[in-house]
Ligand binder design. Structure first.
Ligand code: PLP
Ligand code: COI
Length: 340
């Protein structure tokens, strides 16, 4: 293994030593296999390739000051994957199989877990795909569940610093009764054009409005929206966004800090009233929002007036990171500790 410059890892793919795999056929999951291959050999008519029968997850492992490794909210990710499985007719992976495979792949690749001081982490990417051949639109009868890991740094430029975002009205990522609430690849395919547009215009990421009324904030490409005002944490209630586990965790931390939490529709115009705002997710953690522009309307909602992350987002960010790295106690049982 060659030396890694831990303080400069970005959010990208870096080869590690092993991945773990498990195959579903004849109505049951098989044995866990360890592989050092980076490729999958699958049938050209596999349902994941043609009909988007695929789901993924994203979680992280952190190396603490005490040398121990902590995996954040493993069970919650396993449960969300099960929910996605129901949504697109795939066999569920049990929480136990998920746990065994996640811990195994982290243990096998322990040399790739960034050191505490780097502020980086090990991103864990579970992937479930339909692999048997179908030409008619039907679910597969064979599946492959793979988990790989890769060391990652910040998802958005500059880590914990403010960035500009843009509402893209010409594209929808998901529909109210569609698959936005599931973590399936199709949602991300639907976001590529809007994301490219946002980047071309110099923004960090694109925001979507609800697809039906085009009135309410949904979420950004790969993270939920949170807004802070009057000691209240406000986040969208919508059937077309991914139920973010980071958001759920931050809501609890906000309550612990004596804040009110509201999960409700957020009209675009309300953006003007927030004292602070952020994009939150496993990859994004909290990315504080400088402003959100609606180019079509010619409106700019400037949130971080001094260009700096606000005190509430900073406190929430520090608290969440402290739990993840083991600096603060894990009072909610969010963390799986590995002594490796
Ligand atoms: N929204 C979308 C579309 C995402 O891809 C993600 C990333 O997983 C999130 C929100 C944040 O979810 P979580 O906090 O569970 O990572
Ligand atoms: C995550 O935050 O885990 C995500 O899935 C974002 C990702 C699509 C890069």
């Amino acid at each position: 293994m060659k030396a890694i410059d831990w303080s400069n890892v970005g959010f990208g793919y870096m080869k590690t030593d092993y991945n773990v795999r498990c195959r579903y056929s004849n109505g049951k999951w098989g044995e866990i296999e360890v592989s050092s291959e980076e490729t999958l050999n699958i049938h050209m008519a596999a349902t994941c390739l043609h009909y988007g029968q695929e789901a993924f997850e994203g979680l992280k492992a952190f190396r603490g000051k005490d040398g121990k490794v902590r995996i954040f909210r493993l069970e919650a990710n396993a449960e969300r994957l099960q929910n996605t499985c129901e949504g697109i007719l795939m066999p569920k992976v049990s929480v136990e199989l998920f746990r065994q495979m996640v811990t195994k792949v982290v243990e096998l690749n322990k040399d790739y877990i960034p050191p505490y001081e780097s502020g980086a982490s090990l991103y864990i990417r579970p992937l479930l795909i339909g692999i048997s051949a179908q030409v008619g639109v039907h679910p597969a009868n064979e599946y492959m569940f793979v988990i790989f890991v890769t060391p990652v740094g910040p998802y958005f430029k500059g880590g914990f610093s403010t960035n500009p975002y843009v509402i893209i009205r010409e594209y929808d990522r998901s529909a109210p009764l569609g698959t936005g609430r599931y973590k399936v690849g199709g949602n991300y395919a639907a976001s590529l054009k809007a994301n490219q547009l946002a980047h071309e215009k110099g923004y960090s990421c694109e925001f979507y409005l609800d697809a039906k009324e085009k009135k309410y904030i949904d979420e950004c490409g790969a993270a939920n929206f949170i807004g802070i005002k009057d000691n209240t944490y406000v986040t969208p209630l919508s059937t077309s966004i991914l139920p973010s586990i980071t958001n759920r965790s931050l809501q609890q931390l906000a309550k612990d800090m004596g804040m009110k939490v509201e999960q409700r529709a957020i009209p675009e115009e309300e953006l003007a009233t927030f004292e602070e705002a952020g994009a939150c997710g496993t990859a994004a953690v909290i990315s504080p929002i400088e402003r959100i522009d609606d180019l079509e309307r010619g409106t700019s909602y400037v949130i971080a007036k001094d260009g700096k992350p606000g005190p509430v987002c900073t406190k929430l960010y520090n608290k969440l990171r402290a739990i993840q790295y083991g600096d603060d106690p894990d009072t909610y049982g969010w963390v799986t500790v590995l002594d490796i």
